[in-house]
Write a protein that binds this ligand. Structure first.
Ligand SMILES: [Zn+2]
Ligand SMILES: [Zn+2]
Length: 200
């Protein structure tokens, strides 16, 4: 499913049989109702064949596999600490998290501060219209509000690569404001972005 060497997820493709795509090719993530052990996400992704398809990703694959930590530890985003870490905690990624580095982060506009996050908090992604820039809608794990950031592809695809500065849409979104990828794209192309430093 997730290949740590290429940092790509493999999904079925009706044209090519299967396709491997990075996280930045995801377009929409949606928690599948009724799933809990594990939670499963329905993902719309931009396929290498040029079409958009749906695939399923388990929570472990989404948040932990990129860190080589699937199922080993549990991060408390409210306290920004690893908890219940077991004997496998000696892993390099876990040590970096323990030292205060976060694999993913974003700027929470309502709180006016950067926050650590995991990919399962991303719910809409779209090309940002210039260069390798990706528009990212995130549901803040701390305050529950929605923020839209403009980041590099590496910021999304490479754990522990955090852009020094990200674009932030200066707008407080209603909880249900960004329902579709079309609404999100329209917002991305019309919004003004303000650069914010991402030092956690
Ligand atoms: Zn395809
Ligand atoms: Zn927040």
């Amino acid at each position: 499913m997730y290949d740590a060497l290429t940092a790509q997820y493999t999904f079925g493709c009706p044209v090519r049989g299967s396709a491997a795509v990075p996280l930045s090719s995801f377009r929409r993530l949606e928690r599948l109702p009724g799933t809990s052990h594990p939670v499963v996400y329905r993902v719309a992704f931009n396929c290498t064949c040029g079409d958009e398809h749906l695939g399923l990703v388990g929570h472990d694959d989404l948040d932990w596999a990129p860190l080589g930590l699937a199922g080993m530890a549990f991060a408390n985003l409210m306290t920004a600490r690893m908890e219940n870490a077991d004997a496998e905690f000696g892993d390099a990624a876990a040590r970096r998290i323990g030292a205060g580095e976060w694999p993913w982060s974003f700027f929470c506009y309502p709180e006016q501060r950067p926050r650590p996050v995991f990919p399962s908090a991303f719910f809409l992604l779209a090309p940002g219209g210039r260069g390798d820039v990706v528009g990212l809608a995130v549901r803040c794990p701390a305050c529950g509000s929605v923020s839209v950031n403009l980041v590099s592809e590496q910021h999304v695809d490479v754990p522990f690569h955090n852009d020094g500065e990200v674009g932030v849409v200066e707008h407080v979104f209603a909880a249900d404001a960004l329902r579709t990828i079309e609404q999100f794209r329209a917002e991305l192309y019309s919004a003004d972005f303000d650069g914010r430093r991402l030092l956690l």
